[in-house]
Design a protein around this ligand. Sequence first.
Ligand SMILES: Nc1ncnc2c1ncn2[C@@H]1O[C@H](COP(=O)(O)OP(=O)(O)OP(=O)(O)O)[C@@H](O)[C@H]1O
Ligand SMILES: [Mg+2]
Length: 239
Amino acid sequence: MDTPPAKKSIVEIVRATKIYTPDVVALEDISLSITYGEMLFLTGMSGAGKTTLLKLICGMEHPDKGLVEVAGKDLNRIKGVEIPQLRQQIGMAYQDFKLLPDRTVAQNIAMAMEVSYQSIRTIKKRVIELLQKLRMEHKHDALAGKLSRGEQQRVTIARAVANSPKLILADEPTGNLDSKTTRLVMELFEQCNISGTTILIATHDEGIYKKSENRVLELHSGRLVQPADRTISTPNNMP
Ligand SMILES: Nc1ncnc2c1ncn2[C@@H]1O[C@H](COP(=O)(O)OP(=O)(O)OP(=O)(O)O)[C@@H](O)[C@H]1O
Ligand SMILES: [Mg+2]
């Protein structure tokens, strides 16, 4: 991926609809642009389509209608070597974790970096650095399948950011975490964002976005709606 010009979109979705067989309309007529370097939130009730939208962006699902472009590549047309090249630029923290339960924490995180042929020393250092940031260093050699859900969630997040991807998609990244650990995770995302990474966070957790200045998207039964004006109840905006 070349260095992008300012204000260019890393994600461009035009009128995308996703229908799961036989007739579940998970997303309907979605249009969305995400600028390089943006950090934004995706909210909406359970079943509104948040995970499906993240899966369209990372290419795990394809739209039945419409266009999804990531880093200028149309995901419906991308072929051959371009697919792994693009996937390396996207770090996905899955809602259901998708860890390998019989591998250690360190191996699960390192896996994301091995595809980019970094040296073993660099990988080990990065794994330790991320585990320290997420207060998980004592679990370095524990099997992922033996961790609590909150610990598994942090490993998923560490794996998503490990390779310093251009785009991070985080699906309910704080769903199993207490408020202090949520803060650690958000600090990690903020650090990634400051160094230029684009981050889209799907969340039910109002606490992580209500004070933020970042864009908040809201899905309602598969459609993007205008979120309620978050400034409306502040004293300066009172009638
Ligand atoms: N593989 C699938 N096959 C059929 N229907 C699906 C599939 N995946 C999701 N759905 C349906 O699509 C809709 C959107 O699901 P999705 O998982 O995107 O919602 P969500 O906003 O992420 O919900 P949650 O907040 O509970 O994670 C739901 O009605 C869901 O039941
Ligand atoms: Mg979901």
